[in-house]
Design a binder for this molecule. Sequence first.
Ligand code: FAD
Length: 377
Amino acid sequence: MKMFPTKKSQVIENLMNFSTKELSKYSKKRNYDLGPPHKNVSKLSPYLRTRFITEEEVLKIAVSNNDIKTIEKFIEEIFWRTYWRGWLESHPWIYDEYLDKIDNQVISKKTGIKCFDNWREELINTGYLHNHSRMWFASIWIFTLGYSWQSGANFFKNNLLDFCPASNTLGWRWVAGLQTINKPYLATSDNINYFTNGRFNPRGQLNEQVNLNYTERNSNHILELIEPKRVEFRNIDQLGIILNKNDLTLNHIFDNMKIDYDCCIYSIKHENKLINKFNKNIIQDILINNKNFNFFEEYNQIINWLINKKIKNLILPYETVGNKIFNNEKFKNKLKVLDINYHFFLRDWDRNAFPHATKGFFNFKKKIPNLIDLIDF
Ligand SMILES: Cc1cc2nc3c(=O)[nH]c(=O)nc-3n(C[C@H](O)[C@H](O)[C@H](O)COP(=O)(O)OP(=O)(O)OC[C@H]3O[C@@H](n4cnc5c(N)ncnc54)[C@H](O)[C@@H]3O)c2cc1C
């Protein structure tokens, strides 16, 4: 069976199976990388990243099959991505600094470190790596092979099905000892041996001791979050929705409110064939289930669609740091010329959580029970 199916029905079926068979053991087993098909973790990240499935949908299924107390660790992990996204919203320059310093250091195909070479192959062939292996891989990349963390983050960016600017950049920074300042994550051969069940043991091959002395601090400046105002959409007509990789199910909110709209999906070609095929196929599944939706790969097609459909009010998924598609002057000026009102829609999930994500995860974690209470289970 495919590790990453592209039909929503199959994703839900897999999640049901995972919830009933694996989730109760998740907190004990999640750190083991036993190789594909990685049954001990959910493999939901490519779908959550695009909201092909939402965090709420996942939690509703997880909670319907388990006592919520027994799956706290899983819930916490789901919130990690929310936290990283919120944190980057209040520290946007961190992403710009990463973009400024990307270089294209290319690793040789074989480094001689068997685990590392294996993970590199796995990532290229499947578009996925287990979380622990991402940590080990990043650590070896930076501290044993001596490459820059930015080039490693870029390597992940070009190969991950679930690439998320916040989780990836901040994950690499965390390993590098920049996120929790001067506390790098050091991969050790014993830890790798233990958590791969003896599949790998790079004894003597890793740099297991590093002293860092960064003076940079993140928390001194925090950008205040300005959340978009809530809008009442009920009596708005000629409504259009553009779905994209930031949110492929935003229209469901309007379905639930029984509000009519026209909808299109926008997605540009990805240079990586595997990622491109995955993106195309999940979009295809949405198009099959929504025959009246259009699909566009070009900016001009979007403009023509807005004109032809006589859209007067436009909804787009909110664009967080690193995820800008339409939130630019060119597009917004065009909407002005066409006399179209627009709104970048921030889901309640993010709206409620982001204000708590400006400092460390420890502080954020305390708010998770309150955030869970806001979900209508
Ligand atoms: C260097 C590095 C780079 C990373 N890059 C990305 C990335 O680009 N995109 C991405 O989604 N995750 C990234 N992660 C986080 C994590 O590795 C993946 O989310 C996780 O491995 C996905 O597998 P899963 O769905 O089976 O996870 P599960 O263990 O089943 O967790 C369920 C969900 O919780 C979220 N989650 C779990 N762990 C984390 C975490 N540490 N940080 C953020 N969210 C988490 C994901 O959405 C995941 O799908 C990165 C981690 C590191 C160390």
